[in-house]
Design a protein around this ligand. Structure first.
Ligand SMILES: [Ca+2]
Ligand SMILES: [Ca+2]
Ligand SMILES: [Ca+2]
Length: 237
């Protein structure tokens, strides 16, 4: 074996063990948005995201159960025996634990790379994931379901799940007035998967406590010694 490749199998082993750690830090939650004919509009859901530590994670939404805007192309992707058509429109707000105000709006992500602006502030960094990454949870429409990477400072946030589209004034009102689903229905289901290499998710009702996973000292020591080995090889060659 060429000297350069001698330590590759070992490096691959370390990497795969790190990835299996990453897979453990995944949670999936689900919910249903309702159409209310009397009030003429749709509900939206509030998920409390409490960052016990600052950190970074992916959000991947699965909802729209057709490859087109027509029911003829429907597919039961959440396996519940029916087709529903939520076009998710999602928002981050600061959670002040009082009435939701437009002033506390932080970011919006409607679709993959569409109505999902890259944000880079000390409080929140957000960028869309690719279509391929967004489809890892089973999403089938090229555009409807958002998927993104987000970094949040420690603190309490709200993640709103609505049907396209929720205005900031309707968010303040607590109801999405004048809205209905793209394909008529009295309800539509969604699923959200949170995943991270470095953060842990603890779900209780509609609250998700997000905390940093302590990196085992042993992994660091092992990794450092391997890096040292590579460095020495480089010096020798
Ligand atoms: Ca379904
Ligand atoms: Ca998705
Ligand atoms: Ca959408």
């Amino acid at each position: 074996m060429h000297q350069k490749f001698k330590y590759l199998p070992l490096a691959a082993l370390i990497l795969s063990s790190l990835f299996s750690t990453a897979n453990a830090n995944t949670v999936t939650v689900s919910g249903t948005i309702l159409y209310d004919a009397v009030r003429d509009g749709t509900t939206f859901d509030r998920w409390n995201i409490n960052m016990l530590n600052a950190g970074n994670f992916n959000v991947n939404v699965l909802a729209f159960e057709s490859t087109s805007n027509e029911a003829i192309d429907a597919s039961d992707i959440n396996g519940d025996g029916e087709f529903t058509y939520l076009d998710p429109d999602t928002y981050f707000y600061k959670n002040t634990h009082s009435a939701l105000l437009e002033a506390d709006f932080l970011a919006r992500c409607d679709d993959i790379e569409n109505n999902c602006n890259t944000i880079d502030t000390p409080t929140i960094k957000l960028h869309s994931l690719s279509e391929i990454e967004g489809a890892e949870d089973g999403s089938i429409h090229f555009r409807r379901d958002p998927a993104f990477n987000v970094t949040l400072a420690a603190g309490d946030y709200l993640y709103l799940m609505a049907d396209y589209r929720l205005s900031t004034s309707d968010a303040e009102e607590g109801f999405d007035f004048g809205n209905d689903f793209k394909i008529d229905s009295d309800h539509a289901d969604y699923q959200i998967t949170f995943s991270s290499n470095t953060m842990n998710f603890d779900v209780s009702g509609n609250t998700i406590n997000v905390s940093a996973v302590p990196v085992p000292a042993a992994v660091w020591l092992f990794g450092t010694s391997i890096l040292g080995l590579f460095a020495r090889k480089k010096l020798v060659s």
